[in-house]
Design a protein. Structure first.
Length: 218
């Protein structure tokens, strides 16, 4: 009996590892496809979408590359586990938060691909070259500004919900985002809100809690 239990447990672990591996492949493939779609078309798309007079430039100065890498690694782990949860328990209503987070991220990735493509390439290049700080520019068509404000708030609140979900479920492998990652994402998202409202950019090194207070859900 013990051997049977051990055999079943080993089989379950193998299937879980296979699912996690496939999810990682899907995420990687999706990023590659998005990169291929945006690498050639995004400059032309951005230029054709809006002239300089019809754009708002959000400057993210003093972007901390290593902090971003740590935060991104934690986020990737969370998304992989959330994807696994939905694959293995698609009808379980207690998993509403993972589904909503994945939906939000997917929809925003597609909606703002032409805005984020060039900064993303510059950011990755800086990481590959070992830079610790970089300045980034996001050129946003004026017509998208109001929608972007709503989307930034929606994403911020959804990420907070995901952290609450992770803290409440001890069986998860992925823990809630650490304080550094929470502070980083709120600083970054707050830069968009503040600059779309006409305020000057503030670097990560000189950030203040008051600037990102609007993003906190308590």
């Amino acid at each position: 009996m013990l051997r049977l239990v051990e055999s079943n447990a080993d089989g379950a672990r193998d299937r879980t590892h296979e699912l996690l591996g496939r999810i990682s492949e899907i995420l990687a493939e999706s990023r590659d496809v998005l990169a291929d779609l945006t690498a050639d078309s995004s400059p032309a798309m951005a230029a054709s979408t809006a002239s300089a007079a019809q754009q708002i430039v959000v400057r993210v100065i003093g972007f901390p590359v290593e902090v971003w890498q740590r935060s991104q690694a934690q986020c990737d782990e969370q998304l992989r586990e959330f994807s696994l949860i939905l694959l293995t328990s698609p009808d379980d209503r207690s998993h509403e938060v993972p589904g909503r987070l994945l939906d939000v991220i997917q929809s925003l990735t597609v909606a703002y691909a032409h805005v984020t493509a060039l900064p993303a390439k510059a950011r990755q290049r800086a990481a590959d070259e070992g830079a610790t700080v970089i300045d980034l520019e996001y050129r946003i068509p004026t017509a998208m500004a109001d929608g972007l404000v709503s989307d930034v708030l929606r994403l911020a609140h959804m990420l907070d919900e995901a952290d609450v979900y992770c803290r409440a479920r001890s069986e998860l492998l992925t823990v809630a985002a650490p304080p550094e990652s929470v502070e980083f994402r709120r600083w970054l998202l707050a830069e968009f809100l503040a600059q779309l409202n006409g305020q000057p950019p503030v670097a990560w090194a000189t950030r203040s809690p008051e600037r990102s207070a609007r993003l906190s859900t308590g």
